[in-house]
Design a protein around this ligand. Sequence first.
Ligand SMILES: [Mg+2]
Length: 186
Amino acid sequence: MRKLTILVDMDDTIEQLLCAWIRSVNEKFGTCVAYDDIKSWDVSEAFPGLSHDDVYDVILEDDFWDSVEPVPGAAEALRSFMEEGHSVYIVTATPYQSVKAKMEKHLFRYFPFISWDQLIITSRKQMIMGDVLIDDAVHNLIGGSYRKILMDSANNRAFDTSGTDIVRCMDWDQAREIIAGMAAED
Ligand SMILES: [Mg+2]
């Protein structure tokens, strides 16, 4: 079996940022936007009465990260990859203001087997080397020397993967199947 270097995004790949984000904005501003109303990468487009900063400042508050839930199956998948001998790196474009709260309140809480030296913070993911990147953001999967797994999310439903080198997966069970297939290749 091949040992892979597996790059894994955080937001809406291993944790449910969008759900917590929409809930927090709705509570703060009295809106009633639902998860499936998010149609694009810019979440503020789903809140036409609010400014971009109204929507994006919410996730810069440290307390926000107490409300973010992990994606079901993500921790089990990452742990199993590591137990199988693969290298796992979290690659996230987290803003510098959020790093401490997000890592303490989420990553190291729900994924305690991940250490700081497995964390890469960058918005230039194409510069990172690895065998595969699992990410919900299409813009991180265009280009790059890695193979590409798109984690299904409300923000990327409009993207058609046919004719691209990107494979969509609906959940972590499917992601594990794809990784197992890659590891079994000659
Ligand atoms: Mg993401």
